[in-house]
Design a protein around this ligand. Structure first.
Ligand code: B1M
Length: 226
């Protein structure tokens, strides 16, 4: 962000656009300032997240795909995104809602993308779920161990690569082998997935984004409780 820009005088829609540009350039400090400025204007944390940070990351994704950006630049953008998410996280997780259920979530083996699943975790916590986020690069044993340890109702798996998404089937097969598939709600997500894939691997549902994950989890928990 150039020094002569005064964000305090900028209209909120322009500030959201500037956030996208600063995210693209990996300017974490500026992102922090802009998130705080928008919060001071009473913009809802979810709107800052989706219209500022996620929208900015979409552009990064397109240029990464097209060979305009490379891994180091994308890492900087991811760092800036996480700096913004760190401010929003407690606000999104603030909820007086009764405990809705327990979820274990993690990215599958071979995959180190964690921004999406962190976002899902934040939104699920905000909706009253207890969430155990086991991070990246999880093999089937890691998921099984966490499910057992936390007595989870829901397993959430994330994959961002076409090469890692098939591993979700391995985890579901491991649940079946352990005899706990039927009692688990298995939700999957990540940019390369779709409903047909979820059906094929016998997950309970594909979740396009964090908001859909929350709605789907609520729906399945209501069925489970009945
Ligand atoms: Co990577 N990367 N990346 N990357 N990266 C993608 C995924 C890619 C699509 C970029 C591209 O080419 N356009 C491409 C995959 C292509 C493919 O598989 N067909 C790709 C590639 C190729 C790679 C590498 C192989 C690059 C290389 O090294 N040559 C490498 C792989 C490393 C590995 O995992 N082994 C790699 C590395 C990286 C970085 C480390 C640089 C960085 C990750 C940093 C981090 O996560 N800490 C990175 C990033 C940032 C991206 C893009 C640009 C952005 C991903 C992101 O965070 N999106 C991405 C491009 C893209 O997706 N358009 C890309 C924002 C996030 C909010 O969205 O994760 O989709 P998303 O999550 C959404 C939904 O999908 C859903 O809800 C979330 C919130 O709404 N969701 C769930 C996700 N998980 C869910 C789980 C659920 C429910 C919903 O459970 C219930």
């Amino acid at each position: 962000m150039s020094d002569d820009i005064n964000i305090k005088e900028m209209p909120s829609d322009e500030l959201l656009e500037l956030m996208g540009e600063d995210l693209y350039d990996g300017y974490a400090d500026e992102i922090v300032e802009e998130v705080n400025e928008l919060l001071s204007r009473d913009m809802a944390p979810y709107d800052i997240l989706t219209n500022g940070l996620v929208a900015g990351m979409d552009v990064v994704g397109e240029d990464f795909r097209d060979g305009i950006l490379f891994v180091p630049e994308v890492l900087m953008a991811a760092k800036a995104m996480k700096a913004g998410m760190a401010i929003l996280r407690p606000l999104l997780a603030e909820s007086d809602a009764p405990k809705m259920g327990t979820m274990v979530i993690g990215t599958v083996k071979g995959d180190i993308h964690d921004i999406g699943q962190n976002l899902v975790s934040m939104m699920m916590e905000g909706a009253g779920f207890e969430v155990f986020n086991i991070g990246i690069n999880n093999d089937a044993d890691a998921y099984l161990e966490a499910i057992e340890k936390h007595n989870a109702d829901i397993l959430g798996m994330s994959a961002l690569l076409t090469t890692t998404m098939p591993y979700m089937r391995v985890v579901i097969d491991a649940l079946k082998e352990k005899g706990i598939r039927k009692e688990m709600i298995v939700l999957v997500g990540g940019a390369p997935l779709n409903e047909a894939f979820a059906e094929d691997i016998e997950a309970d549902a594909y979740c396009r984004d964090a908001a859909v994950a929350v709605e789907t989890a609520k729906k399945f928990m209501a069925i489970k409780r009945k």
